[in-house]
Design a protein around this ligand. Structure first.
Ligand code: ATP
Ligand code: KDG
Length: 318
């Protein structure tokens, strides 16, 4: 990758069927074919902000796999570590969207093509030019053997002094909270930046208050403990103090993917040495913009769009 900064992620992507109408899935008769997948959304977010963005994945050797591959490549993602596998169809996800923009997902991804990845596929050269490795709980939820692959990624990243960020992205349709907790607690000690929803970290830790949550994450020596809290914005616990930033006021139409966008914005800020307030403000801006467009990643902004939106740059309209 020739970009100044390189970010590496790993995860399944899927064809996402977006409903044409809001309300319960069983009453929806028309869908628009889109593309989703938490880690790929993150990779798109990074690429649009101008970061070098590498995505490790496997897709079915089928029509949908080709669609996703071409899409990711078109977004400027480095797809040299994405391959096609025979015999396992590309993952699918049907979305239900409620009138307020929130939603539900219905997966058809068991098994998923990414389950064919093995430890041997994770080689040191994948990390060339990489400053941040971003992992999420969705990949871990897709199969027990994925833990060994994640451990290998963590070991190489640590050896190379690469920053590790992690988003639990709990998907209780894929595994139980007990299994999720056990896996997260194996990963947390290696994590530098934890990017989590408030409800997620409360569920994982079994704790309620911010004080208790800080105590829980301190056990793992996490440097940046970041809480995403929907329209309220976000907060960061770093070096013994909380920094908060309120959310931007938008009219959300589809909130899926806001968290991935936030993560991309936060990592962009880290690589560009933003101060704490600017980090949260920038990431909030990316997250808010994602919610204003239907689809899991269509609303991910380009750098100039975030800067204009958060008011750090004046837009020239005409
Ligand atoms: N309705 C909203 N209005 C303004 N900003 C929002 C809204 N929803 C999300 N955001 C922004 O996006 C960030 C991430 O959203 P959220 O807290 O829903 O993350 P998440 O739970 O990780 O999401 P995901 O469903 O993508 O996993 C928020 O911290 C906020 O900055
Ligand atoms: O990655 C997944 O499991 C999905 O549900 C697809 C969505 O694009 C993703 O979750 C959004 O964060």
């Amino acid at each position: 990758m020739l970009k100044e900064f390189g970010v590496l992620t790993i995860g399944d992507a899927m064809i996402t069927m977006n409903p044409s109408t809001t309300g319960p899935l069983k009453y929806v008769t028309q869908f628009e074919r889109k593309i989703g997948g938490a880690e790929m959304n993150f990779a798109i977010g990074c690429a649009r902000l101008g970061l070098g963005s590498k995505w490790i994945s496997r897709l079915g050797k089928d029509e949908f796999g080709q669609v996703i591959y071409n899409f990711a490549r078109g977004e400027g993602i480095d797809v040299s570590s994405v391959d096609f596998v025979e015999g396992v169809p590309t993952s699918l996800n049907f979305k239900e969207i409620h009138a307020n923009g929130s939603g539900k997902t219905y997966y058809y991804r068991n098994p998923s093509p990414i389950s064919s990845l093995s430890e041997e596929d994770i080689t040191e050269d994948l990390f060339d030019g990489i400053q941040v490795v971003h992992l999420t709980g969705v990949y871990l939820a897709l199969g027990e053997p994925n833990m060994a692959i994640v451990q290998k990624i963590l070991t190489i990243a640590k050896q190379k002094g690469i920053t590790i960020s992690f988003d639990p992205n709990i998907r209780l349709k894929l595994w139980s909270i007990e299994d999720a907790r056990e896996a997260y607690e194996k990963v947390f000690p290696e994590v530098d930046i934890l990017l989590t929803g408030l409800d997620e970290i409360q569920m994982i830790s079994g704790k309620e208050t911010l004080e208790e949550l800080v105590e829980y994450t301190a056990r793992f020596e996490i440097k940046d403990f970041v809480i995403k809290d929907g329209e309220k914005g976000s907060k960061l616990y770093r070096k013994g103090r909380w920094i908060e930033s309120s959310g931007f006021s938008v009219t959300p139409v589809d909130t899926v993917g806001a968290g991935d966008g936030f993560d991309a914005g936060y990592i962009y800020g880290i690589l560009n040495h933003f101060d704490e307030e600017s980090l949260l403000r920038f990431a909030n801006g990316v997250g808010a913009l994602v919610t204003t467009v239907t689809g899991d990643n269509e609303g991910l902004p380009y750098l100039e769009e975030v800067e204009n939106f958060i008011g750090d740059k004046k837009a020239v309209e005409r």
